[in-house]
Design a protein around this ligand. Structure first.
Ligand SMILES: [Ca+2]
Length: 377
């Protein structure tokens, strides 16, 4: 009887030890330990920490949950606008306003349902902002939308990452929506990085603000599908990762008014093996600072700015969907010095964030969960 009572306890202790002494994962500069921090998500798309240490998590089907520091996960919060969750689209990024502590504003990107029903629905990337109070969004307000003519049935290349720079400008990405030539046209929002004031107004110094017929929010162009964007903590420069064609995924350093080449130049080819263009370079078109061949399918990125991995300070953490990896990319003065795979748990990655505790948090898909990386003792 005693033995039967003890057994579950012994098993529990063994499991606890297993969890406590999880095998460490060697990397070049640190041994790291990975542990599940929170679970029970569908497809977690974006991570954003609140000043109080709680973690906002978007799920692509159109919900937001909040993870408490103990790892417990809230029910979906109220007030999230309806999204078109089809193909690659749905609810995507979430970021805090730089003055969130005083105004409680959060910004969302998502595929907005346009007209139509069932398989005939159309959609396009929009940006909303709203006040986050307790477990609800209130005062939802549209910050960016495009004319109805740009909405389409296509289910891919929504872009959708959002960042604020040190001066408080809002940047976000929109992919080419599967219509390649539009990435080179100033008259469409497709395939661009856009820049706005925090309330959606167009900054007067945007590069195409005065150009007749141009979409005035455009900051840079010639992008295929940028799904990662981050601001360098020291230099303030904006970097994006971009899903390219086969063999043409890119890391770009984003500059005002610059053409990043898609689809006129690329290192990739069509996924069926046919060429897109013979050109890899062209005058007036910027080169990526890194391209991945084979394609890793880079998604969310973050410059590591915590204090738990000091040798990784300001290195870029890059998540990968297809290759199911977290990579560390060491960049100095706009050049890639080195890259390393640091975590490969056998699951697609969507996003990565440095926590306020200096640990690294990643959003994984299979199953939907948040994993925390810390240095081994
Ligand atoms: Ca390019």
């Amino acid at each position: 009887m005693l033995r039967r009572l003890l057994c579950p306890a012994i098993v529990a202790v063994a499991l606890l030890q297993q969890a406590t002494h999880a095998a460490s994962i060697p990397t070049i500069r640190y041994d790291i330990v990975a542990e599940t921090y929170a679970e029970g998500f569908e497809i977690p798309w974006a991570l954003e920490f609140l000043p109080d240490g709680r973690l906002l998590v978007t799920e692509r089907q159109g919900t937001i949950r909040i993870v408490s520091p103990d790892g417990s996960v809230s029910e979906p919060i109220d007030g999230v606008p309806p999204v078109r969750a089809r193909g690659q689209g749905g609810l995507m990024d979430i970021v805090l306003h730089p003055d969130f502590a005083n105004n409680q504003l959060v910004y969302l990107s998502y595929s907005e349902p346009g007209a139509g029903d069932g398989d005939d629905t159309i959609g396009y990337t929009v940006i909303d902002r709203a006040r986050l109070t307790d477990l609800a969004l209130t005062d939802v307000e549209r910050v960016y939308e495009v004319d109805a003519e740009f909405y389409s049935r296509r289910g891919h290349h929504f872009g959708s990452r959002i960042v604020f720079d040190a001066d408080g400008f809002l940047y976000f990405t929109i992919g080419d929506r599967g219509q390649r030539p539009l990435a080179q046209s100033m008259e469409t929002p497709n395939g661009k990085v856009h820049r706005l004031h925090d309330d959606g107004r167009i900054p007067a110094d945007n590069p195409f603000a005065e150009q007749p017929g141009a979409i005035t929010s455009i900051w840079s162009y010639g992008h295929r599908n940028p799904q990662g964007m981050a601001v360098h903590p020291a230099t303030g420069e904006i970097y994006t990762t971009e899903h390219g064609p086969r063999g043409g995924d890119e890391l770009n350093r984003i500059q005002k008014g610059v053409n990043y080449g898609w689809p006129a130049i690329t290192y990739g080819i069509n996924y069926n093996g046919t060429p897109i263009t013979e050109a890899m370079t062209a005058d007036g078109m910027e080169q990526p600072i890194l391209f991945w061949n084979p394609s890793i399918a880079p998604c969310g990125i973050d410059f590591y700015d915590g204090d738990q991995f000091p040798k990784w300070k300001n290195h870029l953490l890059v998540t990968a969907l297809a290759f199911q990896q977290l990579r560390r990319v060491h960049i100095e003065q706009g050049r890639v010095i080195h890259q390393e795979i640091i975590f490969e748990p056998g699951s697609r990655f969507r996003d990565v964030e440095t926590g306020p505790d200096g640990l690294i948090y990643v959003a994984l898909e299979e199953p939907g969960r948040i994993v925390r990386l810390s240095p081994a003792d």
